[in-house]
Design a protein around this ligand. Structure first.
Ligand code: PLP
Length: 413
């Protein structure tokens, strides 16, 4: 009889999205005329930049000509793409990252999950996540057998949770318990907070002192508007020895349905083998990537390359400015309602403190019932997200304006 990976049985039901769907469907059934506006969307809503569409068309034509046809490409990604990434995303910001330290992939979700393949199985490493957290980091560690069972109150035994709340400015505190791995996401999903240079220096220093590996998720770096904030962990001295960085074209250039991302593993980064020997993580990831992955399609990589042209950068900026315009409207409207509002300045997510001691779900029901507006309860991202609520700026301007007008007119706080 086939034996299953029993770690999967430890997973708590991913109840956030289905529960939102259930409550919205129930409300709509009872109020068929209600025009519900979804402000919880974690996906982009604007079309691809025109330069990317043109590059894809041209690449399709290439594939139809014998002389330009491409079959399997390099698993790591074409050099012409990796060189542009190294130059524009890293060298331009003073980061010493070489093109061959970059691995192009089909998504950061997969990369943040797959990286666990090259780290010790079982409960060997002590792993820290922030609370609230992008749930993929937690669930993939559960699947890999890195945790114990889920405890009452939704935390997994064996993981270290670092609460990020208004009280600490949404900056994860250094773990009191020594950890081997820490996930940092900046700008953050869901809190919308972006870590400053001092926050990152503190973590890099911690990692160097404790031989901790930082898994740095910069999926939303393109949304940073404050020029003083780092976009990459490698802007911090010493990070090359302690950090892996994940980036994605999903939110930068609207590639959620195209699929392209990248992971940086500096050649100076090592882990420890059972016998104490230092081993290159780059080498291990290269082995994993070339064995289990056959590369991102040529057409997609040409689209990603187009993002780095002058016109591509202008078009990407324009779309991000549009979303950030939405974020500004959301922030302003919520502040005018007297709410405590965070995020939405260097990230597409606005994070609101629920008023009057309401739980995240109580506030969800209130907005749905009174304004027909749907957001995401903060408690769905972790215990420390209780009492918060996420609104997303990924939406049409029309929807954002209508939703905010309804909050002003209809919601009694
Ligand atoms: N990392 C964070 C923090 C995200 O919020 C998301 C998507 O919502 C991803 C990674 C996934 O990116 P990708 O589309 O490249 O898989």
């Amino acid at each position: 009889m086939v034996q299953i990976n029993a770690n999967y049985l430890k997973l708590k039901a991913g109840d956030l999205v289905p529960e939102i769907g259930r409550r919205v469907a129930a409300y709509q059934a009872g109020h068929p005329d209600a025009k519900i506006i979804r402000m919880g969307i974690g996906d982009v809503t604007e079309p691809l930049p025109a330069v990317c569409v043109a590059a894809m068309h041209a690449a399709v034509d290439d594939m139809g000509r014998r002389e330009d046809f491409r079959g399997y490409g390099p698993e790591q990604g074409y050099a012409w793409l990796r060189e542009k990434i190294a130059a524009r995303d890293f060298a331009a910001r003073g980061c010493a990252i070489e093109a061959d330290e970059i691995f192009v992939s089909d998504g950061s979700k997969c990369d943040t999950a797959n990286i666990l393949d090259i780290l010790a199985p079982g409960r060997v490493n002590v792993i820290a996540v922030t609370d609230p957290v992008y749930p993929v980091y937690v669930d993939t560690n559960v699947m890999a057998g890195h945790t114990g069972e889920a405890r009452e109150g939704a935390e997994y035994e064996g993981l270290v949770y670092l609460p990020t709340t208004a009280e600490n400015g949404f900056a994860p505190p250094l773990s009191e318990r020594r950890v081997d791995i820490v996930y940092l996401c900046s700008p953050n999903n869901p809190t919308g907070a972006a870590l400053g240079r001092v926050d990152l220096e503190r973590w890099v220093d911690y990692a160097r002192r404790h031989e901790t590996l930082i898994l740095f998720d910069a999926a939303y770096e393109a949304y940073i508007t404050d020029p003083s904030l780092p976009h990459s962990i490698y802007e911090i001295d010493g990070a090359r020895e302690v950090a892996i960085e994940f980036r994605s074209f999903s939110k930068t250039a609207g590639f959620t349905g195209v699929r392209c991302a990248l992971t940086v593993i500096p050649k100076t980064l090592t882990g420890t083998a059972e016998n104490g020997e230092r081993v290159d993580l780059h080498r291990l990831w290269m082995r994993r990537h070339t064995t289990k992955f056959n590369g991102v399609s040529y057409i997609t990589q040409r689209a990603a390359e187009a993002v780095y042209s002058d016109e591509g950068r202008r078009q990407v900026r324009e779309t991000i400015d549009f979303y950030m315009g939405n974020a500004k409207i959301i922030r302003k409207s919520l502040v005018a309602l007297g709410l405590s509002v965070y995020g939405g300045v260097n990230a597409p997510y606005v994070w609101v403190k629920t008023p009057g001691g309401l739980t995240s779900w109580e506030f969800f029901d209130k907005l749905l019932g009174e304004a027909h507006v749907v957001g995401t309860p903060g408690s769905g991202f972790g215990q420390a997200g209780e009492g918060y609520f996420r609104l997303s700026s990924f939406n049409s301007r029309e929807n954002v304006l209508e939703a905010m007008a309804r909050l002003k007119e209809k919601v009694r706080l």
